[in-house]
Ligand binder design. Structure first.
Ligand code: UDP
Ligand code: MG
Length: 328
């Protein structure tokens, strides 16, 4: 059986189309399948819609978060619920066409453990495209684990990979990075990233930026090294400055005659030096802070998500269950 995990946040307008397209596409898979829709604390009628779909089609299961926990957490929760031999991650907005899953399955049957989609072209704004382009290149050049360029969360993972990811206690879940980290046989399949079928993008610029920061800081200690390098660079300049001032004092006549430089009581240089050093120190503190913040998050060990409602097959009876997910 194949499990399809779909994170949904305020996706009411798109769910009917999604249901239709996915059911249509699944006919060609030649596999049993289940869908795990994760309602990431939606504010619109997403949950009602999921209840409706679940009553119509028992293959659709759903869990509902008690609040918005974020896309990556929703994916992680869906993977923890999945029972299939392979898990497909799909965005609700049909930007990842369900028709491509067929190609994923073919590769999976060939023996690949992870098949991820590579976005050949994006139907998105210029700014977003440029930002994505830059982000993936930066990440590639500094990440300790090679993370494939231009591949998002749209993928198929074999049960063995899913089990490993489920056991990972990490809280800053940059799923596409963790996925690459596991190793095994991985391969990319190119596809065209569609425009959103309906509704509004649920990723605000802030959330996207946070995702990018998570990706970089969770998979690289390069920023920490940057701090060291910056410090070294500044110290070198400072040292040269000291030598220069020293010589200028001793050989004041020579400096005056040949370079026209006289020792001037300069406040400006002092102030500039202090400001510059202050800036560098603050940057370095910020970088260290990013890592310490992450350590703090991990140490607290709160559950990664909270499930407040659940639609299961066979339909769950009785009052809504409350459960928490993730590892402590
Ligand atoms: N999403 C989510 N929680 C969030 C934001 C988004 O579960 O806090 C889901 C959303 O419903 C969609 C997927 O993540 O299925 C991708 O979101 P979106 O399409 O807004 O992002 P974009 O395609 O613009 O990167
Ligand atoms: Mg989208």
């Amino acid at each position: 059986m194949i499990s399809v995990v779909i994170p949904c946040y305020n996706e009411e307008p798109v769910l009917d189309t999604l249901y239709r397209r996915l059911t249509e596409a699944a006919r060609t898979w030649g596999e049993e399948y289940e869908v795990i829709a994760v309602d990431d604390g939606s504010l619109d009628g997403t949950w009602q819609k999921l209840v409706e779909i679940h009553q119509r089609d028992g293959r659709w299961r759903a869990i509902r978060f008690s609040r918005n926990f974020g896309h990556q957490t929703a994916i992680s929760a869906g993977m923890a619920e999945a029972r299939g031999q392979a898990v497909v991650i799909l965005d609700a907005d049909l930007q990842d066409p369900p028709e491509v899953v067929n190609e994923f399955l073919a590769k999976w049957r060939e023996g690949y453990h992870v098949v991820y989609g590579i976005r050949r072209r994006r139907k998105e704004g210029l700014f977003k495209k440029a930002a994505y382009f830059l982000f993936y290149r930066i990440l590639r050049s500094i990440a300790a684990t090679p993370i494939p360029v231009d591949s998002g969360d749209f993928c198929l993972m074999d049960r063995c990979v899913v089990d490993i990811l489920n056991r990972m206690p990490e809280r800053n879940r940059f799923v596409r990075g963790l996925r690459a980290w596991t190793g095994f046989r991985q391969i990319g399949v190119e596809y065209e990233r569609q425009a959103r079928a309906a509704g509004q993008p649920q990723y605000t610029f802030k959330k996207l930026l946070q995702l990018a920061i998570d990706g970089i800081f969770s998979f690289s200690v390069w920023p920490l090294r940057l701090a060291t390098r910056l410090g070294l660079l500044v110290s070198t300049f400072a040292f040269l400055g000291v030598v220069f001032t020293f010589l200028q004092r001793i050989y004041a006549d020579w400096f005056d005659k040949y370079l026209g430089l006289r020792p001037v009581p300069g406040f400006a240089t002092t102030v500039i030096a202090i400001l510059f050093l202050g800036g560098v120190q603050l940057i370095c503190l910020g970088i260290i802070g990013e890592y310490i913040g992450r350590i703090y998050e991990e140490v607290k060990g709160r559950p990664l998500w909270i499930i407040c409602d659940r639609l299961d097959t066979p339909p769950a009876t009785g009052p809504a269950q409350t459960s928490t997910g993730g590892k402590a």
